[in-house]
Design a protein around this ligand. Structure first.
Ligand code: GLC
Length: 803
C-alpha cells in the first residue's frame, strides 16, 4: 500500500490517502511562532515556547480519527437539516472523491473533493510573523447552484501546556474569550488566560464577514458535550450561539456564509490565528493579512526563503533517491531540528522542562551552518550561556526563560548529576562553524557562564575560545580508573546509566575528536603552545584507549567502576556497540588493522537490511545497574534497536576507510524515500528520517517511530554531502574528497561557500571509490584536493578527477 508520492519538481510530497498508518506532519513557522500541521489539517501552534506559551490544544495520544487542534467544516442544506463534513477528512470521516495533502517547504496544502465540493486550503506562517494563515478556496463542482457555509475551528489550550492536563480546576476558571466586532461584519475572537489579558492575547479572525461565532466548546458540540466533533450539534442550526466564554474549554468557531455558488464558481477566505500583546497591537497585522495580495506576497517570500536556503548545496548524483533527500528533504529536516531541537513533534510533546538540548542543538547546528550562519551562531551562543563555569553544561534549556535543566539526573540521585558528553559537542560545533564561515572574530565574543544558584556571586564570563577550552579541561580532569573520561550520568546514549565512576569510550572518542579540532584550530591561529598541549593529551588518550579497550574483534564501549567492560564478548547482553567502532575512526584513535576489524564486526553483528543496530544483544529485563536502556524490550530504541542517529557515523567511518560501497549501502538502506513502497511496515513519513526503527530482535522489525526531530537529519546530511560526496569546508578552502561506489561515473555539486559559488564536477573514469588525482580550478590545475577560498561573489568551476 502506498499513501503518496514524491513530486520533486515542486519540492513536495503528496499524500493521496488520508488514512496513513500514523499522522504525518509538516512544520510551519519557527519556534518564535509556529508548530506543526498534520496531514488532516490538525495543528499544534505555540509562540516562543511550546511548554510555557502554547496556543492550540493538540493531543497526540488520541486516535487519528479524533479532532486535533484545528479543523474546517463545510455544510450545505439538505431536506432535513445540513449535510456537514470536513474537507480535511478528520473529524467527520466522510467518503472523499479526491484527497491530496501537499507537504511543502514551510507550508501544507490540502486539496479535497467531497460531494462535488472542491476545497483547497493552504496553511503557512509568514516569515518572522506571529500568525498561522489558512487560505481557503471552495469550488462548486456539483453542476448545480449550491449554498455553502464554512466553519473554521480552533481549540485553545492553557498557555502552560502541562497545567492544561494536570489541573482541571484553576485552568478552566481562567480561560476567557471575547468578540471584537469590526466594520462590515468582520470580527475577531480574542482568547486569553485571565492573568495574561494584558500581555498575551490569542486572536482568530477571517477576512470574510462572520455571521455568528462560538467560543465555548460545550455549546458548540451541544447536548452537554454529548454532541461530538464529528457531528457538532450547533452546526445543525442556522447560526452559532455568539457566546463569549467566561471560563471552561475555549474554542474559536467562525461561521462564514459563503452564499450561493454557481456551478464552477470559487469563493475564498483567509483566516488568521495568532498571538499579540493585545488586539490593538494585533489590529494592523490582521488588516494587512486580510488582503489576499499580502498573503500571496508572504507565501512567495516563504518560497523565496526556501529557494535560497536549498541553493546553498545542490547535488546531481546517479541516485535519484539520494538527490531528492540531499536537495530537498534532508536540508529541510535539518532546518526543523535546528529550530525545534527535540521539543515539539508528533512524538515529542514539548511539555515541562525539556527545551533545547545542549548536545542535540550542537549537532543540529552542524547541519545548517552553511544555510543560516547567523541563526546558527545565535544558537551556539545561547548554548554556551548554559555552560557551567567548570566547563560542563546543562543538559537543556528553556528558550524563553534561558533556564537550564539537568535532564533525567533528578530521577537517579545516586548517579552523577551531569552528562559526560554535553559540553564536548560545543567544540565540534564551533569549529564546524568557523570552517564554514571563516568568522574567526567569533572566538573573541564574550559569553556568560551559567549559574545554577543565581543569588550569590557575580556572573562569570569568558570568550568563545575560553568556553571551548573549559569544556576540554572539564573532561581532561574527569577521568576514571583506566584514565578514560567518566561517563557521567550518560553520554550520547542517554539510556546507559552505569554506576558512578564508570568510564565511557564515546566520551573518550568525542574528546579525542575535539582535541584534533583544537590542534587544527590553534595551528591555524598560530598558538603553538596550545597545539603542543592538546597534542600531548591526544597522544596519551589514544595510547590509553588502545591499551585498554580492544576486545579482540572490536572496541568495548564502557567500563563499570570496577573495571568490568560493557560492549565486550564477555558480556551476555550488549556485547557490541555501534558507536565504539564508528567513533574510534572518527576520532582518529583506532589503529589501522583494528579499525578494519571493528567495522567488519559491526557489519557482521549489527547490520540489518533496514539499518544498523545500536548494540547487540538487547537486555531482556529491567536492571538498575544498567539504567534506562533496560526499560525497553530487546530491539527497541537504544536497547538494540536501529537508532538511526548512529548510522551516518558508520557511513563517515567507512569513508575514512575508503570503503565507498559500504558507505553508500549504509546510507541508502535507511533513506526514507526508499521506504515509500513498504510504508505499512515502516509507518512514518517517507520524507524525513525517523529517530528509530525496531530491529530484528523485536517482533515488529522495520517499524519506524519518532520521526522529524532526530540528530539523524544533521548527520545524514553531513555524511551525504561532506563524506560520500566529500565536499567539506576547511580553514583554507573547500576539501574535495569523495568516497563513492565504484560504479558511479561521477557527480556534480553546486555549493556556496564564503561568498562564492563552486560548480564542482567530479569525474570517475577509472571507477575508483576514493582519491582525487587532479584538481582544476577555473581550468587551472592545482596541487592537492582543496579548492581555495575566493570570497569574490563569483561562480567558479572546479573539476576533480578521481584515480
Ligand atoms: C535522543 C536524545 C539524544 C540522545 C539520543 C540517544 O535522540 O535527544 O540527545 O543522544 O536519544 O540516547
Amino acid at each position: 500500500m502506498k499513501y503518496g508520492y514524491f513530486e520533486d519538481k515542486n519540492k513536495e510530497y503528496i499524500i493521496t490517502n488520508p488514512k496513513t498508518p500514523v499522522k504525518w506532519i509538516n512544520y510551519v513557522g519557527t519556534l518564535n511562532f509556529g508548530g506543526f500541521v498534520d496531514h488532516t489539517g490538525g495543528a499544534l501552534i505555540c509562540k516562543g515556547d511550546p511548554s510555557l506559551n502554547r496556543i492550540v490544544k493538540y493531543i497526540q495520544q488520541m486516535p487519528s480519527s479524533d479532532f486535533k487542534g484545528e479543523t474546517l467544516y463545510l455544510r450545505f442544506r439538505q431536506r432535513n437539516g445540513y449535510k456537514l463534513f470536513s474537507p480535511f477528512f478528520v473529524p467527520t470521516l466522510d467518503q472523499y472523491d479526491l484527497y491530496e495533502c501537499h507537504v511543502g517547504l514551510g507550508y501544507t496544502r490540502i486539496i479535497s473533493e467531497f460531494y462535488g465540493i472542491r476545497t483547497e486550503c493552504t496553511i503557512f506562517v509568514p516569515i518572522d510573523d506571529i500568525r498561522e494563515i489558512r487560505e481557503v478556496k471552495i469550488t462548486n463542482k456539483t453542476g448545480e447552484e449550491l449554498e455553502i457555509d464554512a466553519v473554521s475551528v480552533v481549540e485553545y489550550t492553557h498557555f502552560d501546556a502541562v497545567r492544561q492536563f494536570n489541573n482541571a480546576d484553576w485552568v478552566p476558571q481562567t480561560m476567557q474569550s471575547r468578540c471584537i466586532q469590526e466594520e462590515d461584519g468582520l470580527l475577531t475572537l480574542i482568547q486569553y488566560a485571565f492573568m495574561r489579558r494584558e500581555t498575551n492575547v490569542n486572536f482568530f479572525t477571517s477576512n470574510h464577514p462572520i455571521s455568528s461565532f462560538e467560543s465555548d466548546r460545550k455549546r458548540f458540540l451541544g447536548d452537554n458535550e454529548y454532541g461530538t466533533w464529528s457531528n457538532p450539534l450547533s452546526l445543525q442550526k442556522k447560526e452559532l450561539g455568539n457566546y463569549e466564554a467566561h471560563r471552561g474549554d475555549n474554542i474559536g468557531a467562525l461561521l462564514h456564509h459563503l452564499g450561493s455558488l454557481k456551478p464552477g464558481e470559487t469563493k475564498s477566505f483567509i483566516t488568521q490565528l495568532g498571538q499579540e500583546q493585545s488586539f490593538e497591537k494585533a489590529r494592523h497585522g490582521i488588516e494587512k493579512y486580510r488582503n489576499p495580495e499580502a498573503v500571496k506576497k508572504a507565501y512567495n517570500e516563504l518560497n523565496g526563503f526556501w529557494e535560497e536556503f536549498l541553493s546553498r548545496i545542490q547535488v546531481e548524483t546517479p541516485d535519484p533517491a539520494m538527490n531528492s533527500m540531499l536537495n530537498i528533504h534532508n536540508p529541510r529536516q535539518c532546518f526543523i531540528t535546528k529550530n525545534w531541537s527535540r521539543y515539539l513533534s508528533y512524538y515529542q510533546l514539548g511539555m515541562g522542562t525539556r527545551g533545547i538540548g545542549f548536545r542535540d542543538g550542537s549537532q543540529d547546528v552542524m547541519g545548517v551552518i552553511d544555510h543560516i550562519p547567523e541563526e546558527s551562531k545565535e544558537l551556539l551562543k545561547r548554548m554556551m550561556m548554559v555552560q557551567r563555569i567548570n566547563g560542563s553544561a546543562m543538559h537543556s534549556f528553556n528558550p524563553l526563560t534561558m533556564e537550564g535543566s539537568k535532564g533525567e539526573t533528578d530521577d537517579w540521585p545516586d548517579r552523577p548529576q551531569y552528562y559526560g558528553d554535553d559540553h564536548l559537542w560545543i567544540v565540534l560545533a564551533v569549529t564546524t562553524y568557523l570552517k564554514e564561515t571563516g568568522d574567526m572574530e567569533f572566538l573573541k565574543e564574550v559569553i556568560p557562564y551559567y549559574k545554577e544558584k543565581k543569588e550569590s556571586q557575580l556572573q562569570e564570563s569568558g570568550t568563545v575560545l575560553d568556553h571551548m577550552k573549559r569544556a576540554l579541561d572539564f573532561t581532561r580532569n574527569d577521568k576514571g580508573r583506566h584514565g578514560l573520561p567518566h561517563l557521567g550520568f550518560a553520554d550520547w546514549n542517554d539510556t546507559v546509566n552505569l554506576r558512578t565512576g564508570a568510564e565511557s569510550l564515546f566520551n573518550a572518542h568525542l574528546y579525542g575528536k575535539d582535541l584534533l579540532e583544537m590542534i587544527e584550530l590553534c595551528n591555524y591561529l598560530g598558538d603553538m603552545a596550545w597545539v603542543k598541549s592538546y597534542q600531548e593529551e591526544y597522544d596519551e588518550l589514544k595510547e590509553t584507549f588502545n591499551r585498554t579497550s580492544w576486545d579482540g574483534e572490536w572496541y568495548v564501549r564502557y567500563f563499570d567502576p570496577d573495571g568490568t567492560p560493557l560492549g565486550s564478548h564477555k558480556n551476555e547482553n550488549g556485547k557490541i556497540y555501534i558507536n565504539a567502532q564508528s567513533w574510534s575512526l572518527i576520532s582518529g584513535m583506532a589503529l589501522p588493522e583494528r579499525a578494519e576489524k571493528a567495522l567488519d564486526s559491526l557489519n557482521r553483528l549489527l547490520n540489518t537490511a533496514k539499518g544498523i543496530k545500536v548494540s547487540w544483544p538487547g537486555f531482556d529485563g529491567y536492571d538498575t545497574t544498567k539504567g534506562g536502556i533496560t526499560t525497553y524490550p530487546p530491539g527497541a530504541k537504544e536497547n538494540g534497536g536501529i537508532f538511526l542517529h548512529t548510522n551516518p557515523w558508520v557511513v563517515i567511518a567507512e569513508t575514512i576507510m575508503g570503503n565507498g560501497e559500504r558507505a553508500y549501502e549504509y546510507y541508502s538502506q535507511i533513506n526514507p524515500a526508499a521506504k515509500n513502497e513498504i510504508i505499512d511496515e515502516y509507518e512514518c513519513e517517507p520524507y524525513v528520517y525517523a529517530q528509530n526503527i525496531l530491529s530484528n530482535e523485536h517482533p515488529q522489525f522495520g517499524l519506524g517511530r519518532n520521526s522529524w526531530l532526530t540528530g539523524t537529519a544533521s548527520w545524514m546530511y553531513q555524511a551525504g554531502t561532506g563524506f560520500i560526496l566529500g565536499i567539506r569546508p576547511d580553514y583554507n578552502g573547500l576539501v574535495i574528497d569523495p568516497c563513492i561506489p565504484k560504479k558511479w561515473d561521477g557527480f556534480k555539486v553546486t555549493r556556496k561557500y564564503k561568498n562564492a559559488v563552486y560548480n564542482i564536477e567530479v569525474k570517475n573514469p577509472k571507477h575508483m571509490s576514493k582519491g582525487v588525482y587532479r584538481l582544476k580550478v577555473d581550468s587551472r590545475e592545482i596541487n592537492g584536493n582543496v579548492a581555495p577560498v575566493f570570497g569574490d561573489g563569483k561562480t567558479h568551476s572546479i573539476e576533480a578527477v578521481m584515480g
